[in-house]
Write a protein that binds this ligand. Structure first.
Ligand code: HEM
Length: 184
């Protein structure tokens, strides 16, 4: 594990645990609950993917985006009545110019890392449930390549702090969204 990766992983372990616990409230074996789970992801991921200038850190950012897969799964589940959480969506967007490379790296770490748990969750889905988003193709070198790109960006403490702050804010947005949709 390179030092930038270790620092991001250690620095956000608790945030990951909270997000994991918040999403445990959904029953992935239940169509309606799975739709709410995807909606909770969509409300954070779609605006964040649109706002994040990820190509400044990884040139294949466009190919990494999973918003289209998420929309596809939600469209497939269109007959599931979606519950509305009754609060305004939390889009995690930053003002223009607030994305320095370190902040981009922190957000990419969270978004791309979420694929690792997603694949594990996809195995819990009943046969016939759409899974394009959770089971998205993810060769392990894509994760490694991304982490290697972080190293030259995050070797200074100030940059690392900026990445951690950004990662924490993305994790927190997912946690809030999960809680809103779980309440339904
Ligand atoms: C929904 C419940 C979740 C479960 C059960 C879960 C589970 C996991 C598991 C098992 C791993 C390790 C996989 C491996 O090392 O091969 C992992 C890694 C990770 N997950 Fe999650 N996850 C969940 C949600 C999320 C969400 C919503 C996010 C972010 C939005 C996220 C971000 C990450 C990150 C960044 C890593 C990489 C950690 C590292 O090795 O640096 N996870 N998750």
């Amino acid at each position: 594990m390179n030092p930038a990766h270790k620092a991001l992983r250690d620095g956000t372990a608790e945030a990951h645990d909270r997000v994991d616990a918040a999403f445990a409230a959904f029953d992935l074996g239940d169509r309606e609950s799975y739709a709410a789970f995807l909606r909770a992801h969509a409300e954070v991921l779609l605006p964040l993917e649109a706002a994040l200038p990820g190509a400044r850190v990884t040139p294949d950012w466009e190919d990494r985006k999973r918003g289209a897969l998420l929309r596809e799964d939600l469209a497939f589940l269109r007959d599931a009545p979606l519950r509305h959480p009754g609060e305004t969506p939390d889009d995690g967007e930053k003002a223009d110019g607030a994305w320095d490379e370190a902040a981009i790296a922190g957000a990419l770490y969270v978004i791309e890392g979420s694929r690792l748990g997603g694949r594990f969750l996809a195995r819990q889905l009943p046969h016939g449930f759409p899974r394009a988003y959770l089971d998205a193709d993810q060769p392990s070198e894509k994760w490694r390549n991304l982490l290697e790109r972080f190293e030259p960006i995050l070797y200074q403490p100030a940059q690392l702090q900026s990445a951690l702050a950004s990662a924490h804010s993305v994790f927190a947005a997912f946690e809030r969204s999960a809680k809103r949709w779980a309440k339904g």
